[in-house]
Design a protein around this ligand. Sequence first.
Ligand code: FAD
Length: 469
Amino acid sequence: MPSRSLETDYLVVGAGAMGMAFTDALIDHADVHVTLVDRRHAAGGHWEDAYPFVQLHQASVFYGVASTVLGTGAVQEDGPESGLQERARRSEIQSYYDDLLHRRFVGSGRVTFLGGREHHTDGAAQLVTSRVSGDTVEVEVRRRVVDATYFSPTIPATTPPPFGVADDAPVVAINELARLDAAPRRFVIVGAGKTATDGIVWLLSNDVSPDRITWIRPRDPWMLNRAVVQPRPVVALGLAADTMSAAAEAESLDDLFLRLEAAGVMLRVDRDVVPSMAKTPTLGVWELDLLRTIDDVVCLGHIEHVTTTEIVLDEGVIPLAPGSLVVHCAASGLQYPPLVPIWEPDKIRLQTSRAGFPCFNAALAGYVEATRDDDRERNRLCPPTNLPDDPLSWAQMQVRGTLATRAFGAEPDIAAWANGCALNPARIEPAQRDDPDVQAAAARVADVVEPGLARLAALAGLPLAPSGA
Ligand SMILES: Cc1cc2nc3c(=O)[nH]c(=O)nc-3n(C[C@H](O)[C@H](O)[C@H](O)COP(=O)(O)OP(=O)(O)OC[C@H]3O[C@@H](n4cnc5c(N)ncnc54)[C@H](O)[C@@H]3O)c2cc1C
């Protein structure tokens, strides 16, 4: 039974990147009170449990909330990413969210944060139970419940390995690499995604020689070249033009990705394998060069189980040398729940509308919630877009995302807001519009977008008209 109750306009469940970006845009554009709940004791979501050496995969300015830029917007001047935008480390992201939560949100008196508390329901009652005291509070919500957990990623620190682990088998989550007491003789990195590549790059950067690393890579991944995801209109328009040009000419999904690779957009580790995985995390070319130094790559499918002496996979068994450490980097990361309308009678379920960029999309939803008063219209402006897993779902994401961008971008106030929002990867500030390079890049996009989108839709098996249109 609830011990007490409190009232609020919005109950936002999840103080991760999406809940924070939504709340920030909402309170900036509407005079409302928000109660933000998270089972974690701080804001920032999965970053609280991320491995210590994690960095944003993309530019800092694309991450966080609309009102407050993360980082300085500086371009790196030395190191392997010279010329590319800075990327925040975990501690900077945590401190950014902590500051935002306590100074801007709670300090304004318009946000109440209930950290270390679990949200649950009992019939229509919205309940929040402290994980410390066990007390339950009922939250009376005047306007909306907002589910900011729908796209919450899974990470190794909080998700057990997706394979069996025998007693005493030397399996750890990637976080443990930074807490080793003694150096293992070998490292077996398990996973084909961004976490695995981060683990390998970190080991190599810590003087572990490549021949001490085994990489268990069930699927080969396509990854996005970080150089083409930069907050500069010429780069963003160039990416759009390259994508649509490749699509217009593509004979198949594989052919599309190979064309994107030739255009410098996509990267793959092994040039002899056409990847089947396309979550498309962002990678630097310097990281790719390091990854290619690993010769002991095991492509025998997924692991079934690990014992103290061997690793049993779908398609074979490999011995586990004494002194090896098996590093779990195999949480799925992105989630793929069914796409549902963002605005439904009982709740708002935050999802992406334009392709990728969860922070921009959550901020957009906050802006649209504050500035529109009809859910049908809100859903027309912000249809949901899936996250990618393979080439087909990547193409579907591009088609859905492009149609969504057209829908919200056609509204003058949203276009103006988005062009002033650093989170927006397609942002063009008014002063940049007359730049001849920007105009040339925009003309390139205009030339290819229609044939490219039509072919992309055919490859994706999707109609071109938004549903309901
Ligand atoms: C290693 C890594 C690097 C990434 N780098 C980038 C990047 O550079 N750029 C980019 O755009 N994206 C990046 N992403 C993706 C991006 O961070 C995520 O997709 C997105 O930001 C996740 O935010 P979220 O709010 O959806 O989820 P989360 O961060 O998981 O937040 C959801 C919160 O909800 C809380 N919660 C869930 N259920 C309940 C409940 N019942 N009661 C109370 N609280 C609850 C959880 O405790 C959690 O804190 C990265 C992801 C990972 C894993």
